[in-house]
Design a protein. Sequence first.
Length: 370
Amino acid sequence: MTTGYVWKDIFAWHQTGDGGAFLPARGLIQPGQLHAENAETKRRIHNLLEVSGILDGLHSIRDIAAATDEETLAVHDAAYIDRIKAQSAENGGDAGELTPFGPGGYEIAALSAGGCLTAGRAVMRGEIDNAYVLNRPPGHHAEPDRGRGFCLLANGPIAVEALRREFGIVRVAFVDWDVHHGNGAQRIYYNDPTTLTISMHQHHYYPADTGAVDENGSGAGEGYNLNIPLHPGSGHGAYMHAFETVVIPALDRFRPELIVVLSGFDGGALDPLGRNMAYSTTFREMTRQVKSAAERHCQGRLLVLHEGGYSAAYAPFCGAAVVEELMGATDVIEDPFIPILEGIGMMDLQPHQAEAIARSAALVSRIEAP
């Protein structure tokens, strides 16, 4: 397999400032600690790929261009784009909800979205089989009229809408395994039967007002939005059960022409902003299954975009597992945390988890390829 890879050092220049976890440093939150969404985790993923030799086997995509106004405005409201551009030109600001950025933040966000689009074009042209885009800032919480949850621009939808215009594809599936709900794609495509959106996330976490099972699309899009809320503590068994009973059957019914994975590693067992118990093997196996679905339905066209993941120690091993699986590597990095995590337990599917996942599985039969 030829796997494309995007990382630009300027992604690390996106400024989120000091903070206490996801809140800015103010009031009684003492300055001096990095905001949770900082460059360190992404740098460490890139560093592990480099020192392990994985990077040598990837097709590095170095020449990327920022998303244009035409491309961003296909997804976002003009008033929102104008506002964050103005803030970016001054001292930065907050794009809406928990989305701080510094001077020049819009330009970096547009480059992050542009990197996703550039990789997508290479996949669609057959220049590469699939791609991993280690982009920053992330995008899966961004909505048409505001940023949310560290995300300024909806990277995935911006790329997809441009690819639709350029290559004439119709059916696109989003698979989001970040621990937080994929509210951005849900809101953008809620009435659209040509876009299947699947989000597997921690139940009633962030955003707290979205992500329920009964949010299943509306109008012509009814049935094409699937949420799989997982109980806190869900481990490898729960993730695999959700994939085998919901995600893969849904993809098989929809038969997409392109699959876009919104890949967050904050469902990992050591993540400070998640309460689930996945480990690198979980992300490796989910990648294997979605890659197989892409080979069945869309000539292997698979675009994986980086989202969350806030454990600087553990996210690199999860990221490496995904990249290794994309490229078909047989000599893989040994995850030193697995023996400890397996000793903790919580990895097997529990009855209450199976019961919750079954409610999402019951909706799969409503999906038909338009």
